[in-house]
Design a protein around this ligand. Structure first.
Ligand code: GTP
Ligand code: SPV
Ligand code: MN
Length: 601
């Protein structure tokens, strides 16, 4: 196997912070014996370590240093062109029975899978450095916080994990010396980045993840989709909490009343943008703050849901990010940021489609080829990403480090739907809300490899991330509801409905504040709504549309329920439930029948 990640040799005092927990040491020893690395590098998360790893990564062309004046302390990484997104078809849930993984997951038998993966890992780190990355997910003093270790032979992964998680000594401290303590085992090797030998496998019963053959994003930053969502959702059900693909934002009114909202949108459907929203001028005095942009861990206290963001940074979609669409993101990624697969200008600045200003006359595209505005290819890959620490975000919520989490007033589901689904509506109650989540659909995006733009059901935006049987997941949602005396209201939004001209009807981005304001009004029982078959629907005057350049017809189209389209939609709900082969809880089937009946009233 070609050595694409040659070993590095660190001076004394760097890479030698060994944990003391015997269970960790035994596991590292076992993986070391298998993968046969040249040496072992124990990460401590220090500044000195980071500088050393960056210097070595520059030498090996894993990173390109960006213009220090334009983007201080920032770097560009290019992944293998065959490796630019999550790959769902090689992502597996390895439970003893196929039934436990359920109808929506790829399943593979644990013993067979371990032996296949161990075969691939045998000698895989020869001539390479094996990095041990200790990290915690969640605020340091939260009862929800969990420890993980990722073994990897990729410097890019180590540098990214440092941004995306609270990494290093903090995790060793949290874990302590109890050999029976709960912690997640993650093993990652690039191998030779061959799509035919790329597998992302989860062993929920062993709290273990093994990922091979990729060097990109959600496939390899094992803290994120693999641990915080797939293994996380499995643990959450067992332990009575929730792990969800949700942003968390705070919204404060001019008179200082504050609510927190969690929202589940599928990959590349607007979570980061919504979490960093800046209200338009008309909403003078309103403030939106970010708790998290991708993942929420939630527990019940005093009959309410409280949420923490387990992450420490944002791994966000770059294309389309501009001062117009997301000024908070632009400022965040203007320094101390690790970019992946964007274009590089002749001034060593970064560029992407949708960035403010004119495109550069010449650039190097994400593949490393010459690019000009006349080129047919995109300069930045559509799924190019930034990894930026959350402390860069000027709109960071002051309670983001709060161990207790923030109380959630509303949950919003949303997808990318050109038709059928109105701009916003509210569920009648919790179980109806679960139905909205269970039946949501979205057009596929570049965040995962495969066809883009095809509508698929993506329950709670968790289709690729639920680590167990989706029927049991639905049941878990309803069980949580039974324990809530003060449940959040549940909403569905769609920023992506299109008019007859094929253009988005809704301006989106900052203007989504208008929808958020209605959500808050409903939470405070001041907002008006009409009863419709699908749920509580605002009439145009219930939304604050002042100073917004939008015509009456567009608003009517955005809020309209087209009965013909909905007959098709209802049939698709049935097809989806049927496709799950009997795991859908009775209550949700009943919800569907009631929905059908309401359309006949
Ligand atoms: P992941 O990181 O993959 O989970 O994505 P995400 O859900 O955080 O999506 P993100 O906010 O990065 O947005 C993805 C794409 O949707 C970007 O190209 C945005 O420009 C676009 N987008 C986000 N919000 C809106 C909106 O309100 N309206 C429109 N039309 N596009 C939006
Ligand atoms: C997503 O796809 O939902 C992401 C990007 O947030 S990745 O980390 O690659 O999964
Ligand atoms: Mn995501």
């Amino acid at each position: 196997m070609k050595n694409i990640a040659p070993a590095i040799f660190s001076p004394n005092g760097i890479g030698d912070t060994k944990p003391t927990n015997q269970a960790v040491l035994d596991w590292v020893h076992e993986i070391g014996k298998l993968t046969k690395p040249e040496n072992i590098f124990w990460c401590d998360g220090s500044e000195r370590e980071n500088e050393f790893l960056i210097a070595e990564s520059l030498k090996q062309n894993v990173l390109i240093k960006l213009n220090e004046k334009k983007v201080p302390r920032s770097y560009l990484h290019r992944s293998n062109p065959n490796d630019v997104a999550r790959v769902e078809k090689v992502t597996f849930i390895c439970t003893p029975t196929k039934e436990e993984a359920g109808p929506t997951n790829n399943w593979s038998e644990p013993a067979d899978t371990y032996s296949k993966l161990y075969g691939l890992l045998n000698g895989a780190m020869r001539g390479r450095t094996m990095f041990i990355v200790p990290y915690i997910m969640g605020p340091p003093d939260s009862p929800l916080t969990k420890v993980g270790f990722e073994i990897t032979d990729s410097k890019y992964v180590v540098l990214s994990m440092r941004i995306m998680t609270r990494m290093g000594k903090i995790a060793l401290k949290r874990l302590g010396n109890d050999p029976k303590a709960e912690w997640n085992r993650g093993v990652h090797s690039l191998l030779d980045v061959d799509p035919d030998r790329r597998f992302i496998c989860h062993f929920p019963r062993d709290n273990t993840i093994i990922s091979v053959g990729s060097g990109y994003g959600g496939n390899v930053l094992l803290s994120k989709k693999c641990f915080a969502l797939r293994i996380g959702s499995y643990l959450a059900r067992k332990q009575g909490w929730m792990a969800e693909h949700m942003l968390i934002l705070g919204v404060e009114s001019p008179d200082g009343r504050k609510h927190y909202v969690a929202a589940a949108f599928p990959s590349a459907c607007g979570k980061t943008n919504f979490a960093m929203l800046i209200p338009p001028a008309h909403f003078d005095g309103w403030k939106v703050t970010t708790v998290g942009d991708d993942i929420a861990w939630m527990e019940i206290r005093e009959g309410r849901l409280f949420a923490v963001n387990p992450e420490n940074g944002y791994f966000g979609v770059v294309p389309g990010t501009s001062y117009k669409s997301n000024p908070n993101a632009m400022k965040s990624i203007g320094h101390d940021t690790l970019y992946t697969n964007v274009a590089l200008t002749d001034y060593n600045d970064v560029w992407w489609e949708g960035k403010d200003g004119a495109p550069p006359k010449h650039a190097i595209d994400w593949r490393g080829n010459d690019w000009t505005p006349g080129s047919k290819e995109k300069a930045a890959h559509p799924n190019s990403r930034f990894a930026t620490p959350m402390r860069n975000n000027l709109a960071l919520d002051p309670h983001v480090e709060k161990g207790d989490g923030v109380p959630i007033s509303a949950i919003i589901f949303g997808g990318r739907r050109s038709d059928t689904v109105p701009l916003v509506y509210e569920a009648f109650d919790w179980n109806h809300g679960v139905y909205l989540g269970a039946t949501m659909a979205s057009e596929t995006t570049a965040a995962a490899t495969g066809t883009v733009g095809k509508v698929r059901r993506d329950p709670m935006a968790m289709l690729p991330f639920c680590g167990y049987n989706i029927g049991d997941y639905f049941r878990h949602w309803m069980d949580i509801g039974k324990r809530l005396t003060n449940p959040p209201l549940v909403f569905n939004v769609n920023w992506f409905r299109k008019g007859e001209n094929g253009k988005f009807l809704w301006p989106g981005f900052g203007e989504n504040m208008r929808v958020l304001k209605w959500v808050i009004d409903r939470c405070e029982q001041t907002g008006g709504a009409l009863k419709s078959p699908v749920g509580w629907l605002p009439s145009p005057h219930d939304l604050d549309l002042e100073e917004l350049d939008i015509d009456h017809k567009s608003v009517a189209d955005l809020l309209g329920i087209d009965h013909e389209e909905w007959q098709k939609e209802l049939a698709e709900h049935k097809t989806f439930f049927d496709s799950l082969g009997g795991v859908v809880p009775e209550e949700l089937q009943k919800q569907r029948e009631q929905l059908v009946a309401r359309f006949k009233e």
